[in-house]
Ligand binder design. Structure first.
Ligand code: NI
Ligand code: MN
Length: 220
């Protein structure tokens, strides 16, 4: 599978015929080809995560997968959407996914409540990828290490709205994934972070920090 960073908290995963988009706020990657997307996942309703999801869904026909209230919001705006709750594996043609707790808030850009925020755990081609969404440090992360054992953790480090560098380093410790990708930093003034400090902290834990420039891909 190929994981590509699209800036902020947006990622693409390609596996077989699947072209999966996560939190498609594409201001950092405006030329992204939206026509072949097969599945969209959105962690919560905030504009920097919902992003272009509804437009891309209407354009490509791909369904938006999200927590129930957010999915209803998307459906009411004429995008295809599937609503889920936290905590069970959900099967897809490419593998399976669990929505997990994130500690944050969730409303649409026009101010409608969109349920609880979520993190996403993907299992694709036998690999587990955890995308934390927007969250603070929380002890649920220890459950990830104990029960779900992700191979790679994608964590917000920008502070103000989420964990900062120091807390994200603790999160990495608690989650235990051998590879860690920072996200949700340096997009706006409010979330400027020193990624080199994060890299240092992850290395000290004996893990591999993977800092991805926008548009870069890695094979997993
Ligand atoms: Ni948010
Ligand atoms: Mn955000």
């Amino acid at each position: 599978m190929k994981l590509t960073y699209l800036g902020h908290s947006a990622f693409e995963i390609k596996s077989g015929k699947a072209q999966i988009l996560i939190d498609p706020y594409l201001v950092c990657y405006p030329n992204y080809d939206r026509n072949h997307v097969t599945d969209i996942f959105v962690t919560h309703g905030h504009g920097d995560h919902l992003g272009s999801a509804m437009d891309i869904s209407r354009q490509s026909g791909a369904a938006i997968n999200a927590v129930f209230e957010l999915a209803n919001y998307c459906s009411s705006n004429k995008a295809r959407a599937n609503g889920f709750g936290l905590g069970a594996w959900i099967k897809f043609p490419f593998g399976r996914v669990i929505f997990l707790p994130a500690f944050h808030s969730s409303s649409s850009p026009d101010g409608i409540y969109t349920g609880c925020p979520a993190g996403l755990l993907f299992e694709i081609e036998g690999k587990r990828v955890f995308h934390a969404g927007d969250t603070c440090l929380n002890s649920e992360m220890k459950v990830l290490k104990e029960v779900f054992r992700p191979d790679i953790a994608i964590l917000p480090i920008g502070g103000t709205f989420t964990m900062d560098v120091e807390q994200a380093a603790i999160a990495a410790q608690w989650i235990g994934a051998p590879k860690v990708i920072p996200m949700h930093y340096n997009t706006f003034d409010a979330i400027v972070a020193d990624v080199s400090k994060f890299v240092e902290a992850i290395k000290e834990q004996g893990k591999e920090p993977v800092v991805m420039p926008v548009g870069e891909s890695i094979e997993l």
